[in-house]
Design a protein around this ligand. Structure first.
Ligand SMILES: Cc1cc2nc3c(=O)[nH]c(=O)nc-3n(C[C@H](O)[C@H](O)[C@H](O)COP(=O)(O)O)c2cc1C
Length: 232
């Protein structure tokens, strides 16, 4: 037996799920994907990899935006109405899925990457700019193949309540993988990026009609019911 569970109605859950399954006949639109990367360098391999991913996403029919963090203040070093903060938050609200691509630095994500995530509020006046979005992860490194930045970003994705897809891309010795025009050379590493972007588009199209149903939480319904009772 469970304890007493106000706001839990298994019947309602079954109805919600049935409705969510029916919702797939909504008019199709290009999946909206926001791409973030964690470097300000002029010749930045994480930016090149991000732009390569963007080309693939467009090829698969996605509508894309890339956020460039140049000029973004450090978290709390400006008001949230700073133009770069607003741009980042608006893009996150607009998105249905995201790509995060960080260089590995000292075995983790860069401060530039983390600052972008830290400027995204989990909840802001009832609006949640990341919750329920799909997320694909990529990293570049100067050394041999590593997964430290990817693993850190998986934790961040969980924290931001996003659906992080299983496949991921790690590009070691990134300086060897791009030509003078910034294009990624053909290789199994490039093929992996194709795999990841294809999976992201599929997952985003399949999950987006169900996002609200999948992120509906008992404890939050309980909190809302308590707040309404206090106001009444
Ligand atoms: C301070 C610093 C720390 C770094 N730490 C690592 C590391 O832990 N592992 C690694 O493989 N590469 C490391 N690198 C190499 C970077 O991952 C590599 O230069 C990468 O291309 C930087 O990203 P960007 O080209 O997008 O600026 C480090 C570079 C710097 C400057």
């Amino acid at each position: 037996m469970t304890q007493s569970l106000p706001n839990v109605d298994p019947q309602r859950m079954r109805q919600d799920l049935a409705r969510a399954l029916d919702a797939t006949d909504q008019p199709p639109h290009a999946p909206r994907i926001l791409l973030l990367y964690g470097s300000l360098r002029e010749r930045s391999y994480s930016r090149m990899l991000t732009l390569e991913a963007e080309r693939l996403l467009r090829h698969f029919g996605a509508d894309t935006r890339v956020f460039h963090a140049n000029g973004l203040p450090l978290p709390a070093d400006a008001e949230p109405d700073h133009p770069k903060v607003r741009e980042l938050r608006d893009l996150s609200m607009w998105s249905e899925g995201q790509v995060w691509c960080s260089p590995e630095m000292h075995g983790s994500v860069t401060g530039v990457m983390k600052a972008q995530v830290d400027w995204l509020p989990l909840e802001m006046g009832g609006i949640r700019p990341t919750q329920g979005r799909t997320l694909a992860l990529m990293q570049v490194s100067g050394g041999s193949q590593s997964f430290n930045a990817l693993n850190s970003m998986r934790i961040l994705g969980r924290w931001m309540r996003m659906f992080t897809i299983p496949n991921q891309s790690s590009v070691p010795k990134a300086y060897q993988e791009f030509d003078d025009d910034g294009r990624m050379r053909q290789s199994p590493l490039y093929d992996r990026v194709v795999d990841v972007m294809e999976e992201l588009v599929r997952m985003t199209i399949l999950l987006r009609p169900h996002s609200a149903t999948l992120t509906d939480r008992y404890s939050e319904r309980l909190g809302e019911a308590e707040r309404s009772a206090e106001q009444a």
